[in-house]
Design a protein around this ligand. Structure first.
Ligand SMILES: O=C(O)CCC(=O)C(=O)O
Ligand SMILES: [Fe+2]
Length: 355
């Protein structure tokens, strides 16, 4: 078992009655109280559309300036959309189809692979549900490695296409994530051969990656619902594919929530907490959320890439000097997941050095 799953064994979702997603098909002409959010209480308001023209940068990864643009985007936004990345659109279409096929299954069928409080993979609520008193208008399916055991339960005679598509997708996503990481490290003047955990070929030192499929059913009252509540990702880097239905938003300091409009075939890249720790605060983690709508079922996939399980993440010497003292104490992925599981949006503060 790996550290991500171990960590969730020790920090299970506590309110058991909330581990089963709503049967969205059988529901709902009205939003149940359990899913009604008071948006007027939001600490962060949406950006004023009349005065704000800012958008998350869109970067063609194949142009010579990509490295500089990525650095700027990671410093200012902690996020950007990446295009021209080489992952075939046919594969993305196939992933969208297989994801819709999974969530279209009857509720009883999906519950056969329900993610129990001790588990990390399978069907269930967004993991962050634990930290909010209201429930989100979404359901998810989490994959680590091969999904074959769960896929067999979902489709006893017809799971091969799903498994093949998800396997190929994970390989492509890993390749793209590592290409982006090389550009990011290069943009900070880091020699990647000096980053031991990034180069290791040893199995026990391979990166920890999780593929999350998200489904946001059509919602009767989208203005009072929340698809995925505001959060930063725990990963080093996350790649989100959101198909063609909008809903993803990023929070920009002094501006507010800004939509990330879907671009065909593009991935949204977000800096996670562990990257922020590793680069000693140079890149910031992106606070993001997903809204729902009344007319279109939205699906997304999020690929979370983290360091090998037992590696302590701390900034390389190139990023430490008198003006940039070390901000956080060294942490392994598992230690940080534990901190996040307890302190959620205060986890970074919890590991911060008191300089
Ligand atoms: O659905 C989306 O666009 C975002 C999903 C997300 O942020 C997540 O799964 O962590
Ligand atoms: Fe996220």
């Amino acid at each position: 078992m790996n550290s991500v799953s171990e960590s969730f064994k020790t920090k299970p979702i506590t309110h058991l009655k909330h581990i089963v997603p709503l049967d969205f098909k059988a529901a709902c002409n009205n939003l149940p109280d359990s899913h009604t959010w008071n948006h007027h209480d939001d600490a962060q308001p949406p950006a004023d559309p009349l005065t704000q023209q800012e958008t998350v940068p869109v970067i063609d990864i194949a142009i010579p300036q990509a490295m500089t643009l990525i650095r700027e985007a990671c410093e200012k936004w902690g996020a950007f959309q990446v295009t021209n990345h080489g992952i075939p659109i046919e594969l993305l279409d196939q992933i969208e189809l297989q994801t819709k096929r999974l969530f279209a299954l009857p509720s009883e069928q999906k519950l056969k692979v329900l993610r129990s409080p001790e588990d990390f993979t399978g069907y269930g609520l967004p993991r962050i549900s634990n930290f909010f008193s209201k429930l989100m208008w979404s359901e998810g399916f989490t994959i680590m490695g091969s999904p074959i055991d769960h896929a067999r339960q979902l489709w006893p005679n017809d799971h091969i296409d799903f498994c093949n598509a998800m396997g190929e997708y994970q390989n492509e996503l890993r390749g793209l994530t590592e290409r982006l990481l090389r550009l990011m490290f290069g943009s900070l003047g880091l020699q990647q051969q000096n980053i031991g955990w990034f180069n290791s070929e040893i199995e026990s030192k391979s990166p920890q990656a999780v593929l999350q499929l998200n489904s946001y059913p059509v919602c009767p009252e989208p203005n009072q619902a929340m698809g995925m509540a505001p959060h930063t990702d725990t990963s080093l880097l996350t790649l989100v594919y959101q198909g063609s239905v909008s809903g993803l938003q990023v929070f920009k300091e002094n501006v507010g929530w800004l939509p990330v409009e879907p671009i065909p075939g593009a991935f949204m890249v977000t800096v996670g907490d562990l990257m922020h720790i590793f680069c000693n605060g140079r890149f910031k983690p992106a606070l993001h959320r997903a809204l729902v709508n009344k007319t279109s079922h939205r699906i997304s996939t999020a690929y979370f890439y983290g360091p090998p399980k037992d590696v302590e993440i701390s900034p390389p010497s190139e990023l430490i000097d008198r003006d940039h003292p070390v901000l956080y104490r060294p942490v392994t992925f598992k230690e940080y997941l534990d901190a996040k599981g307890t302190h959620f949006d205060k986890a970074l503060e919890f590991i911060r050095h008191m300089n």
